[in-house]
Design a protein. Structure first.
Length: 277
């Protein structure tokens, strides 16, 4: 493959960082992906740090494709703990989130705004969709067919497959979503690497487009991975020391990966337009 580095996205959303009236940082953008950043991408994804409570958010809207939205705490030793509180408007109901969570937003379900009411520690916010470009249409009228919004929130980590358990001193799973727990939902899961491990998983391929990400845990410098990632992409090893989203079109062989010179924990994730992994 020519120029595989173009599939390694390390730039943040260009609207920069938000600050309050006293100049204190509220939000720091980490990295984003869409078909403008990477022509031909069939995935939209954005991820940011929130340092403190805020009421900045998009107005209520609907999308014509399925979406996921979530919040993850920054304590790798306790990955289910948000260490904060978020209120999220979903189809006419305010939902209170106090654990790491992924919200499945089916196409046509009104959602947002959200408010970060408490942030005892910095938290990570993300959103994504199996499409190259997300179109939002203002709408604050609840839609029929989504009468119990709470059931669209996942707080659970993905269970390890039998025989594939990982030492918790190396990796701790945070939260997970796919169609096995919510029919129709896209696949996305998050986990923290606390220290390096041997190169895994073996080289493989999917029949769907996939994203894989590695995010540094220093909110004051969101682009710094705090390590060096060596990622096998279509037979070529790509190295980076930046927070990164890697895009794999269907049919591209990828992995294993190796993390070296790790100075602090790393949040990893994978997702795709398949409903199950």
């Amino acid at each position: 493959m020519d120029n595989p580095e173009r599939f390694f996205i390390t730039e943040p959303m260009p609207n920069g960082h938000d600050v309050d009236e006293n100049g204190k940082t509220i939000r720091r953008n980490i990295v984003w992906l869409n078909d403008t950043v990477l022509p031909g991408s069939k995935q939209f994804f954005t991820i940011v740090w929130y340092d403190q409570p805020h009421s900045l958010s998009r107005e209520s809207h609907v999308c014509d494709v399925d979406e996921f939205v979530g919040f993850i705490g920054s304590d790798p030793e306790n990955p289910q703990e948000l260490n904060g509180r978020v209120r999220f408007w979903l189809n006419g109901k305010w939902i209170t989130i106090e654990k790491s969570a992924i919200i499945y937003v089916p196409a046509g379900m009104p959602h947002c705004p959200y408010v970060v009411e408490a942030a005892d520690k910095p938290m990570i916010h993300f959103a994504g969709s199996p499409c190259g470009h997300l179109t939002r249409t203002p709408c604050d009228t609840p839609a029929e067919g989504f009468e119990d919004p709470e059931k669209y929130v996942s707080y659970e980590p993905r269970p390890f497959m039998p025989g594939k358990e990982t030492d918790p001193s190396i990796l701790r799973k945070a939260v997970w979503l796919d169609s096995s727990i919510m029919p129709g939902a896209p696949y996305i899961e998050f986990a923290w690497f606390l220290k390096p491990r041997e190169p895994k998983p073996p080289t493989h391929v999917h029949d769907f487009d996939e994203i894989v990400g590695f995010i540094g845990s220093n909110p004051d410098d969101p682009g710094d991975l705090g390590a060096t990632l060596n990622f096998n992409y279509d037979g070529e090893v790509i190295r980076t020391d930046r927070s990164v989203v890697v895009y794999m079109p269907a049919g591209v062989h990828h992995c294993p990966f190796l993390i070296e010179d790790m100075k602090r924990p790393i949040l990893s994730f994978s997702g795709g337009d398949g409903n199950r992994y």
